[in-house]
Write a protein of this length. Structure first.
Length: 516
């Protein structure tokens, strides 16, 4: 080899090395939008098409999906994060509501690993000002808070005047001092966000720092969850949307954001599709993520085991509801309010995890989607969810305002076996509810419910909502007939207690007015 050729080869080698160094520098600490391990190209395409189709068929601004199966990881997103039409990406922070609970439970378990608390310690050991009516509150433990078995009642969360002060969690703890517990601690399950808001206060007092700092250091930083926080993000985060026209199913960005630091322990978690996949991987791998132990195996098992059983095959873990299906634990956490929808499903025995997020509450059935995706990971076919028929019927009614034409279209859609709409009694009554409460057209709602009782004569829902529509229209005799029919059809199963109580109360009011 000549000296000239050697110099050329050496120059090429140095250039390549410099290029590698430059690439490493430019990409250092920057989040990647691809997973370390991936599904096959065919399965990725199937999932991407699935999510894209959801965005097209449902009134949803943005949506994100994360899937984990053993060592395979996939996440994707579609749509918009805000009214400025910025993209909803896999790195977009999104309000995750009560998905906060399993994350905060992870932080509590980290404190136990550090010897700073025991799950069976009384809450008053750390919060001397924790009080309720009577003396039972003295026996409330950290474990009771984690499992919603403390007896603490549920109270309204306030978002329009949020408290962002450093003592906000303490204010929540002190606010129940004069309230009586619903039951003795450890005897029942009653889900109250205050359980986890008080746990956030416990972390504050034990660490001497805001609980948000502790979760960031011990969980998010350890997992590289760079866009996750228990604070409200400052920029580039998903905004909540709401349906603005219930016939066209168009939506607008909501001005009210669901964050208040007084309730941040139970509802402050913001994460991205990419970030949450890392936490799920850690949980499914017994506390390990990329050869690093983030949570001890003992703590991981404590987090995911059934802590308290309720009726049948149901129970609770720390932050999760638990179903036992075919001998397997299925951990589920859902959140559907504030202009956001999210759900997480874990099947630890199979190392399967699913998370779905969207920035609107409404017609996208997140629970159905996450369940279908979990079933697909178990080897079943990927079933696309049917679209509520009310979406098509609403648009038809917007066009010509004639309910008779809308019902004709329903008949066509119902008879077409290839159509992708849900034409069930539940879907049809859902459209009737929109007419009654969102549009405010009682007459059309009554006609719709009457039609529904004709098409589905054994539907309890159809007769019950018809009775409710009659109540709204002050048709006493018709209301009583429909209500009696609903009760007869329900039999021993009974009716929805809240809805039945509303109708019964209004029947009494109408009878008093008639007599008076």
């Amino acid at each position: 080899m000549t000296i000239k050729v050697k110099r050329m080869a050496m120059g090429f080698l140095l250039s390549a090395l410099l290029l590698l160094v430059l690439i490493a520098f430019l990409t250092k600490d920057k989040p990647r939008d691809t997973a370390t391990y991936s599904f096959t190209a065919r399965r990725q395409l199937e999932l991407t098409n699935f999510v894209t189709q959801l965005k097209q068929d449902f009134p949803v601004p943005g949506i994100g999906v994360a899937l984990i199966s053993n060592d395979s990881v996939f996440y994707t997103s579609a749509g918009l994060r805000d009214q400025e039409r910025q993209a909803f990406t896999v790195s977009t922070p999104v309000f995750s509501g009560s998905l906060s609970e399993p994350l905060l439970a992870t932080a509590i378990l980290k404190l136990q690993e550090q010897g700073k608390l025991d799950l069976d310690d009384a809450v008053i050991k750390f919060l001397p000002y924790f009080k309720m009516g009577g003396k039972a509150y003295q026996d409330v433990t950290i474990r009771h808070l984690l499992t919603h078995t403390s007896g603490i009642d549920k109270y309204e969360m306030i978002w329009d005047t949020p408290n962002l002060k450093s003592n906000a969690p303490e204010i929540t703890t002190r606010s129940i001092a004069s309230q009586l517990p619903r039951f003795a601690p450890g005897t029942r399950i009653y889900r109250s966000p205050y359980n986890y808001d008080i746990l956030a206060d416990v972390i504050n007092k034990i660490t001497g720092k805001p609980f948000e700092e502790f979760t960031d250091k011990e969980i998010f930083s350890s997992l590289g969850m760079s866009t996750s926080t228990f604070l409200r993000p400052r920029e580039q985060y998903a905004k909540p949307f709401k349906i603005s026209n219930w016939l066209q199913y168009s939506y607008t960005q909501d001005t009210l954001y669901p964050y208040n630091r007084e309730n941040a322990g139970s509802n402050g978690f913001h994460t991205s599709t990419r970030d949450v996949s890392r936490w799920i991987q850690m949980i499914l791998n017994q506390g390990w993520y990329q050869k690093k132990e983030v949570l001890s195996t003992a703590s991981q098992k404590e987090l995911t085991k059934v802590q308290f059983s309720s009726e049948g095959n149901k129970g609770v873990a720390f932050g999760f509801d638990v179903l036992i299906r075919d001998g397997e634990r299925v951990l589920i956490k859902s959140s559907h309010y504030g202009g956001f929808n999210s759900e997480m499903i874990l099947i630890p025995e199979r190392k399967i995890g699913v998370a779905v997020f969207s920035n609107i509450s409404g017609f996208l059935n997140i629970s159905s989607i996450s369940s279908q995706l979990a079933a697909w990971l178990k080897g079943e076919p990927l079933v696309y969810p049917k679209i509520p028929v009310g979406i098509a019927l609403g648009k038809k009614l917007y066009q010509n305002r004639k309910l008779v034409d809308v019902l004709k279209q329903y008949e066509v859609l119902k008879q077409d076996s290839s159509v992708k709409y849900d034409c069930s009694a539940e879907a049809l009554t859902q459209f009737g509810q929109s007419l009654l409460y969102k549009i405010g057209d009682r007459q059309k709602a009554i006609q719709l419910f009457q039609y529904c009782t004709m098409k589905f004569p054994s539907s309890v829902l159809a007769h019950l909502y018809l009775a409710e529509a009659y109540v709204q229209n002050k048709n006493l005799s018709q209301c009583k007939k429909s209500f009696a029919k609903a009760k007869a059809l329900a039999g021993s199963k009974g009716l929805n207690q809240q809805q039945a109580a509303y109708i019964e109360e209004n029947i009494l009011v109408l009878e008093e007015k008639k007599q008076g």
